[in-house]
Design a protein around this ligand. Structure first.
Ligand SMILES: NC(=O)c1ccc[n+]([C@@H]2O[C@H](COP(=O)([O-])OP(=O)(O)OC[C@H]3O[C@@H](n4cnc5c(N)ncnc54)[C@H](OP(=O)(O)O)[C@@H]3O)[C@@H](O)[C@H]2O)c1
Length: 336
């Protein structure tokens, strides 16, 4: 940001004015947010491009959810043109009623579905998805955690995963999978990760007890059974998964389309196994839990690539390959 920006009350942000490929995100001068009385203004140091940003930018959503997505996100173009679900930075200013934060505090945050983090500044309610950045994490590490970890916490809670449960994570090397493996282990589960040859070592390093290389082996045809199967890829329908689910087993369909959402209703009518699907609840309290887990080392950031702010479209293009390992971080230009 130049001194002109400061004088005119603008900032730089990437805006997405239509659905499409990575190049639809364009750098623009937009109004710098002014925090309300209960809000803080965060100067963003690091943000990420997630699978969530890819879905919103492309409107490429799981089976049967196209119309719902347009209604929710914007019919012809994203209603929120600034994407980006997670951030880390410093508090630049505070509204008059703010008591939890002070200017200069180092924070990380998860506006989640309300997005707006691909920018130099983001105003956030002090009681929204914002917490102090763990001291042992850099800005980029802190920004990389909330999306995958909060999704994982939601599904772990829903499934009630605890000590001794046998859990299989499909897509164990992705943003959600890398957090899920670590958090399921932290809860005392016995974890198997499913990934490709290149990522076997990564998934083992996150604490998985076993890894299955999906390029060589199909977990649905092995004799092994599980209490919980977490599918972060969206290619394991309930019918395929059922033989490897134990009595009262649960399929956590993280990337579910309409068929798996319907299965949440009919599965209980046909047996003891369950399907858990749908959008993850974004709980403000999760951020404090994520910070605490990161402080103790129970949850470690996994950063695949780092991009400069002006390389935002390149970051989107890489995420769109579907091959990223953990998180893709974007370092936000310091205002000048
Ligand atoms: N329900 C919710 O609220 C919610 C919240 C967050 C995310 N999601 C959804 O969850 C899904 C995963 O998100 P994410 O952020 O983890 O995505 P991601 O980081 O983009 O996932 C990329 C990873 O997927 C792995 N992968 C691709 N195909 C695979 C296969 N057939 N088997 C095993 N692994 C495979 C890749 O590993 P390889 O290169 O080794 O194949 C790569 O490491 C997305 O569809 C996202 O929309 C849902």
């Amino acid at each position: 940001m130049t001194s002109d920006h400061a004088a005119t009350g603008t900032m730089q942000a990437f805006v997405c004015r239509r659905y499409g490929g990575p190049d639809v995100v364009e750098l623009a001068d937009v109004p710098k947010p002014v925090p309300r009385d209960n809000e803080v203004l965060v100067r963003i140091r690091a943000t990420t491009v997630t699978s969530g940003d890819w879905r919103v930018r492309t409107l490429c959503v799981p089976t049967g959810l196209g119309l719902v997505a347009r209604l929710g996100l914007g019919f012809a173009r994203p209603r929120q043109p600034i994407l980006g679900t997670e951030l880390a930075g410093t508090i630049e200013s505070v509204g008059k009623d703010v008591t939890r934060f002070r200017v200069g505090d180092e924070v990380f945050g998860f506006p989640g579905g309300t997005m707006g983090c691909h920018a130099q500044y983001r105003a956030m309610p002090e009681n929204g998805g914002l917490a102090r950045k763990p001291a042992n994490l850099s800005y980029e590490e802190a920004a990389s955690l909330p999306f995958g970890a909060s999704t994982s916490l939601h599904f772990l809670r829903k499934a009630g995963i605890g000590p001794g449960d046998k859990v299989l994570v499909v897509g164990a090397s992705g943003g959600v999978g890398t957090a899920m493996v670590q958090l399921a282990k932290h809860r005392g589960a016995e974890v198997t990760g499913v990934t490709s040859t290149n990522n076997l070592a990564l998934v083992s390093s996150l604490g998985a007890d076993r890894v299955i290389d999906y390029t060589k082996d199909d977990f649905t045809t092995r004799r092994e059974t599980y209490d919980v199967v977490v599918d972060t890829v969206g290619r394991t329908p309930f019918a395929r998964c059922k033989p490897v689910l134990r009595d009262k087993g649960r399929l956590l369909a993280v990337a579910a389309g309409v068929p798996e959402m319907l299965a949440t209703l009919w599965a209980p009518l046909t047996g003891s196994r369950r399907v858990i699907a749908g959008p993850a609840e974004e709980r403000v309290s999760d951020l404090a839990e994520i910070a605490a887990l990161a402080e103790t080392g129970a949850l470690k950031p996994v950063i695949d690539r780092r991009y400069g702010f002006v390389q935002m479209a390149e970051a989107h293009a890489y995420v769109e390959t579907g091959r990223k390992r953990g998180s893709v971080v974007v370092l936000v230009e310091p205002p000048r």
